[in-house]
Design a protein. Structure first.
Length: 365
């Protein structure tokens, strides 16, 4: 094992740091609008909208043409490949609509999960490394400033296994290294799914173990941590757990897990919502930011379902409902902007689907 290696050039370090810090600016977070064709189809099914390319374009246009209030709490948008190259009704590229609001465009670059051969309990790894360097170079040219790659781990009787934890950590590290070589800030997403009946203590221990492996792998691959972000699950009990925990207990478990595993060099944490209702995701994020103790990173959001559930319901595929859908999006963005600085009051910003659970078993994007 050699201890001779190179970090990125000073100029690239500065570029990556600036992007990462802009994403986790005070009171701002990420809108995850990177649902795959199949996943957005499930969302559309719930509101009776056909899953066509035109309907997907129309819906993303709704999101990105919300008024200037959106840019006050949203710093970045994660896009799906298709969306990056679509245009609005007047011919403006959707990515330019984002940029014109001072919001950074990002891109989902993984190609989904596949079963990990020989592992127990349908454990998985994530594919897409083969042509990642070429794709990252093109995405950077096309205006993207950051990327996202999701790995998934499940809690069960004998899982996650050592094999699954190690494999996914190394995949995330290789992805992060390739992104940085191409000027993209990698968002590292090792999601421990909420499926199961495990309690909060078990969730915390698994999350700590997974994050410890991830940061060892990032170190092994000489990833420049100051130019990365972490997108983890909050530490919550399994969906089927009979014990219900308070937001303060979730916050304590989550912050403690991060304190034990996450280097202070990382600028920020952009939590995934993990199937929580819109309101729960805001309340838990707020509690995390209010939790006393050392928190050397920004603690904010990268929400998909928890920013869009009410928007989709209000829109329901009808042109006359576009403004109503945008108002719902802005309300949830404002709620989470407040939560990101510990100033959200539960229930103070009502929305159409605020209390509805967004949990999907074995969720895939």
């Amino acid at each position: 094992m050699t201890t001779y290696f190179n970090y990125p050039s000073p100029a690239l370090q500065e570029e990556l740091k600036n992007i990462a810090n802009a994403i986790v600016a005070h009171g701002k977070g990420i809108l995850a609008a990177d649902e795959s064709v199949a996943t957005i189809g499930k969302r559309f099914d719930d509101i009776g909208v056909e899953n066509t390319e035109e309907n997907r374009r129309t819906y993303r246009q709704l999101l990105f043409t919300a008024d200037e209030r959106l840019g006050k709490t949203i710093s970045g948008v994660i896009l799906f490949h298709e969306t990056l190259y679509q245009k609005s009704d007047d011919g403006t590229p959707l990515v330019k609509l984002i940029q014109d609001k001072g919001i950074l465009p990002g891109i989902k670059v993984d190609k989904g999960t596949v079963n990990l051969f020989g592992a127990e309990g349908e454990e998985s790894t994530t594919q897409g490394l083969d042509d990642l360097d070429k794709r990252c170079a093109q995405y950077k040219k096309d205006g993207c400033q950051f990327a996202k790659w999701r790995c998934v781990l499940k809690i069960g009787k004998n899982i996650p296994s050592y094999q699954a934890i190690l494999e996914n950590a190394n995949v995330l590290a290789r992805y992060a290294s390739i992104c940085q070589a191409n000027g993209l800030v990698p968002i590292v997403e090792p999601e421990v799914l909420p499926d199961g009946d495990h309690d909060l203590d078990r969730a915390q221990k698994v999350t700590e173990t997974v994050l410890a492996f991830v940061y060892k792998a990032l170190n092994d691959h000489h990833v420049f941590l100051e130019g990365t972000l972490l997108k983890p699950n909050m530490v919550t009990a399994g969906q089927s757990c009979s014990t219900k925990y308070t937001p303060e207990q979730v916050a304590a478990a989550t912050v403690t897990a991060l304190q034990r595993t996450l280097p202070a060099a990382v600028p920020g944490v952009t939590f995934l919502s993990g199937g929580q209702s819109e309101e729960d995701a805001s309340v838990h994020l707020n509690a995390i930011n209010q939790y006393p103790g050392k928190k050397p990173w920004a603690l904010t959001f990268s929400y998909g379902r928890a920013l869009q559930a009410s928007t989709l319901k209000a829109w329901s595929g009808k042109a006359e409902n576009v403004k109503a859908g945008q108002e719902e999006l802005i309300k949830r963005a404002q709620a989470n902007g407040l939560a990101a600085v510990g100033k959200y009051e539960a229930g103070s910003i009502p929305s159409l689907a605020a209390a509805k659970s967004n949990f999907v078993q074995a969720h895939s994007y």
